[in-house]
Design a protein around this ligand. Structure first.
Ligand SMILES: [Zn+2]
Ligand SMILES: [Zn+2]
Length: 257
């Protein structure tokens, strides 16, 4: 099976292409399952406006569009409706509502600490021990809600670190242990790998992180994290990701329990 559950849409303001273009690319790329998991449409309590996700008002259109594509391409590819979501305790009821409205899965991603209203993107700011610890705690708390299916780019917090500091190691251990206990796969992220191969590394997947967590033997899922349909036809990128994970000795899974 060749499955990808991590696909964005132009609604998030930093992806390109129509929803249908992602489906056509996934068919061309030989995928059996294409899951859309655009960034969560949080309805913030404050007047904060996010620049990296659809608005809450766009959720019904996203849902309708994905479900219509599922019908249209039913005999060619299996399409799933999901969301890539932070764990923001104060807004957890919004995830439950989306689930009740047909969202089939949530990918856990700690892009921001506490809430996006309060903190910068962790991929550029998780430098202090305090932030690294909070990243780990928040991710573990998210895992334990039982609402999420797998963990996107668990090493996002490593983006601003060259080496694993003791705090970074502790965070890696906390996340991988909790994932293992919850039988949740961790993701090897192909958006990060693509940029690394193009000479513009994002800092994840982080080689030292993946080397360090081999001891946990987590199940690993490949996530394309497609922000452009062409990522789904990039067979060399897919193969490179599979090879990296295999060479590290992890078991690759294509779904979750
Ligand atoms: Zn994105
Ligand atoms: Zn992400």
């Amino acid at each position: 099976m060749k499955n990808n559950f991590h696909t964005h849409t132009a609604r998030c303001q930093h992806a390109v292409g129509t929803d249908e273009a992602y489906v056509k690319a996934a068919i061309e790329g030989g995928f059996d399952v294409l899951g859309f998991a655009d960034h969560a449409p949080w309805r913030f309590r404050t007047d904060y406006v996010s620049g990296c996700r659809m608005t809450a008002d766009e959720w019904p259109d996203y849902r309708r569009s994905v479900l219509a594509l599922r019908e249209k391409y039913a005999n060619r590819i299996s399409i799933r409706l999901g969301v890539e979501s932070e764990y923001f305790p104060r807004y957890l009821d919004q995830l439950r509502r989306m689930r009740d409205e047909g969202c089939e899965y949530f990918i856990l991603a700690s892009h921001f600490l506490y809430s996006e209203e309060e903190s910068p993107y962790t991929g550029r700011s998780c430098e202090s021990e305090e932030m690294v610890r909070r990243y780990a705690e928040q991710t573990v708390e998210g895992i334990r809600t039982g609402l999420y299916c797998y963990i996107a780019h668990p090493d996002l917090y490593m983006s601003t670190h060259r080496e694993l500091t003791p705090a970074c190691m502790e965070a890696a251990d906390m996340i991988c242990q909790a994932a293992k206990e919850a039988h949740m796969p961790i993701e090897y992220n192909l958006l990060g790998l693509m940029d690394e191969l193009r000479g513009r590394p994002r800092g994840y997947p982080h080689a030292a992180f993946w080397e360090y967590v081999r001891k946990w033997g987590n199940d690993v899922i490949i996530g394309v994290d497609a922000h452009d349909p062409s990522m789904l036809t990039n067979q060399a990128l897919w193969d490179a990701g599979i090879n990296r994970v295999r060479n590290l000795g992890f078991r690759i899974v294509t779904d979750w329990k």
